[in-house]
Design a protein around this ligand. Structure first.
Ligand code: 7PJ
Length: 284
């Protein structure tokens, strides 16, 4: 990563300042995420939600057409393309949004690049056949995330030889090397420890407590803990009761160097990120 670069270029239209943290709003476009039915209804509802997140302070909209929650079953590529591509087109052209797409499929990576997306977010770190090549050819920034196994088996008693932060760092270093080997510039890469992916509660807590350890990798950090089980289990909270716990994690993550916070709760998170960042910048 070039130290002089003050921005990360995200496609032709967008760039992100490296000098302040950013909020990525989550937009799920799986049929169960917008319950008012119909294909266009889904598109319109998704667009309205995205517009709302932009007003609330989202810098990036992360579109996901495949559920990667623990225990989720995979969707077919055509189905993912049908769900994601029209929405990416509308978000970029009608709202002018910087869109990232949560995908592991090379076909989807190529299609969303044409549709105007500005970032690839792959929880599988380009491990599907053809994904590395598709991501490299896209020219877009790519977020590499730590996960071992697949969403349907990753939570089966995850164990590691090394302390979790070292495990995550070694994994991410290998993925970074693989991307660089495929000709990708370092200034296009982001890394993410993958909270809730192949990790016990103890792993997740330790990883947050030691998040600054990952700074030695030298790549911008993306962190997503929004509404996750680590909050639910620690505080005994249902999914819709995890906002305050989530804001604590967001504040910790930013103070430990996170550059992008991925969240469902944009308005609240944007305030937490803005306030934390103002304190950290004081005197600089
Ligand atoms: C993450 C993600 C995350 C990145 C999901 C959920 C599960 N992408 N996609 N990091 N989580 N980069 O939001 O609960 O933590 S899907």
């Amino acid at each position: 990563m070039s130290k002089e670069a003050t921005f990360m270029s995200c496609g032709e239209r967008h760039r992100l300042s490296r000098d302040r943290p950013h909020v990525m709003g989550i937009l799920n476009v799986t049929p169960d995420s917008f319950s008012d039915g119909g294909k266009h209804a889904l598109g319109d509802a998704a667009l309205r939600r995205a517009a709302e997140m932009l007003r609330e302070g989202a810098d990036i909209i992360d579109v996901g057409g495949e559920s990667t929650r623990p225990g989720a079953t995979p969707v077919g590529v055509q189905q993912e393309l049908d769900r994601v591509v029209p929405i990416v087109e509308r978000l970029t052209h009608e709202l002018g949004a910087l869109v990232s797409v949560d995908t592991s499929s090379p076909e989807v990576m190529t299609a969303i690049t044409k549709a105007g997306a500005g970032m690839i977010n792959d929880v599988r770190s380009l491990r599907r056949p053809g994904a590395l090549e598709a991501a490299a050819a896209s020219g877009l920034p790519v977020c590499l995330m730590h996960m071992v196994g697949e969403p349907d088996n990753m939570q089966n008693d995850p164990r590691y030889e090394r302390p979790i932060e070292e495990e995550v760092a070694v994994f991410l270093e290998q993925k970074i090397a693989r991307c660089r080997g495929a000709g990708m510039d370092g200034d296009r890469l982001l890394v993410d420890p993958g909270f809730g992916f192949a990790k016990t509660l103890a792993h997740n807590l330790r990883l947050m407590n030691r998040l600054e350890y990952l700074q030695h990798l030298g790549y911008p950090l993306l962190v997503g803990t929004s509404r996750k089980g680590m909050i639910g289990r620690t505080l005994s909270r249902e999914v819709d009761e995890r906002l305050y716990g989530g804001l604590a994690l967001t504040t910790l993550a930013v103070s430990k160097g996170a550059w992008i916070i991925r969240t469902h709760d944009v308005a609240a998170s944007a305030d937490a990120v803005g306030m934390t960042s103002a304190v950290l910048k004081e005197g600089k």
